[in-house]
Design a protein around this ligand. Structure first.
Ligand code: SDX
Length: 378
């Protein structure tokens, strides 16, 4: 392997062939199974989009109904997993709690036959159904409360918001949240999806695959950025402080959270839709001055950073929607995880259909034939 072929971070290196989603970083375009994300946000739902991503086609109304009912009936978690979550420290990060909880699923649902379509379907439904329940259960229990039982009469988005505070959400708020989930559902071979692919290629169980992906998503350079953006806007505090803050970040060569992307060299199309959702939220539920700070920051960052292809990404505006929904910022990345489960599962299924173990090579830069030095001579 010549050193010239080595690409740090595998930048620009195809790691798989896939027909699940497509990103055009120059045009700022994202398609799920060929359908533009903007179309799905207007006409589809998160579960219908999940079905499209995982099974490769839009479902008939009967198939969608069956999928929704199967997921609704699998929302509950085993009491042993609930009791395990109860033992977590109250100040644990919700992403650590979620990763641990999903890993535990593998102990209750034994590895099956990957050639059995029903095994794939059951694992898919189970993960889509239980991940929101786990996030909400930890959130309630870290406050010393019993978890809220899922409600079968509520749709996917409404039920998750309900489990966070036992209040049935406003239908518009639930619809906006559902669109946020669709926006975050899939994004080709990003870091957490790549982690899922590598884990899947060893033929381990799907819970281990999703556990790998959750751990990867948690990082601040990836899904963890949405929580960092909220902390950044709070730190800036007012529109007047934006100039000084931005100058300081650039001076210190520190990355601006919620900006930049390995693929997008224009504004992330998801950020554009999320901004529209922010306006809808504010029209209905009142303004939030953090949005003014975000707009000013985007304006000034454009002047200073757009020449390097650095623009807002999906994480820049998402937190403003979640905050307006009353969701604490340290749950933001777990919401990204809930949303990305269908994307990860779609790639898991695709990898299994033509599997080859991921085992790349390296460019060795170390020594050879080194003599072992006894400890007394070191
Ligand atoms: C997600 O891959 C995906 O698809 C991910 C995702 C998905 O849906 O799965 O889209 C979700 O993770 C969005 C990204 C969320 N992360 C952040 O917002 C964290 C801040 N962003 C950066 O860390 C960064 O932009 C990355 C990690 C997202 C991408 O970085 P790259 O491709 O590795 O780019 P780089 O670090 O090589 O930077 C290239 C140049 C550098 O300048 P020079 O040293 O060449 O002068 O751009 C600069 C960087 O300093 N740069 C930034 C910047 N991002 C890149 N400068 C200031 N602020 C930034 N945010």
């Amino acid at each position: 392997m010549a050193i010239g072929e080595y690409k740090p971070g595998l930048e620009g290196v195809p790691a798989t062939q896939s027909n699940i989603s497509y990103v055009d970083g120059k045009a700022g375009l994202l398609e799920y199974r060929g359908i533009r994300i903007e179309e799905l946000c207007v006409h589809s739902s998160f579960l219908e989009t999940s079905y499209l991503l995982i099974f490769g086609e839009l479902p008939t109304s009967a198939k969608l109904k069956e999928f929704e009912v199967d997921i609704t009936h699998r929302r509950r978690i085993k009491y042993r997993i609930r009791d395990m979550i109860k033992s977590f420290p109250d100040n644990a990060h919700p992403m650590d709690a979620l990763q641990t909880s999903v890993a535990a699923l593998g102990m209750f649902y034994p590895l099956g036959d990957f050639h059995d379509a029903d095994y794939i379907y059951q694992a898919t439904v189970r993960l889509l159904a239980k991940v929101p329940t786990m996030v909400a259960a930890f959130h309630m229990m870290r406050q010393g409360n019993d978890p809220v039982m899922p409600r079968d009469d509520l749709d996917y988005a409404s039920n998750f918001l309900y489990m966070l505070n036992e209040k049935v959400p406003d239908p518009l708020a639930a619809r906006i949240f559902d669109v946020c989930l669709t926006l975050h559902a899939e994004h080709t071979v990003n870091a957490s999806t790549f982690a899922a692919l590598v884990t899947a290629s060893t033929l381990t169980d799907p819970y281990a695959v999703i556990t790998s992906a959750i751990g990867t998503l948690a990082g601040p350079l990836h899904g963890g950025a949405n929580e960092q953006v909220m902390m950044m806007l709070e730190e800036i505090g007012s529109v007047d402080n934006v100039t000084a803050y931005l100058e300081r970040k650039i001076e210190r060569k520190e990355k601006l959270m919620g900006f930049g992307h390995r693929i997008y060299k224009v504004k992330d199309p998801r950020a554009i839709v999320l901004q529209e959702l922010v306006h809808k939220m504010f029209d209905q539920f009142g303004h939030d001055h953090y949005y003014d700070i975000a707009l000013e920051l985007e304006k000034q960052a454009f002047e200073k950073l757009s020449s390097k292809g650095i623009h807002p990404n999906v994480d820049f505006y998402s937190g403003l929607v979640y905050k307006k929904l009353g969701i604490p910022s340290n749950l933001f990345t777990t919401i990204f995880a809930i949303a990305r489960v269908p994307g990860w599962l779609a790639h898991w299924k695709e990898q299994l259909s033509d599997n080859r173990l991921f085992r790349p090579t390296q460019v060795y830069t170390g020594l050879h034939d080194v003599t072992y030095l006894p400890i007394e001579h070191r």
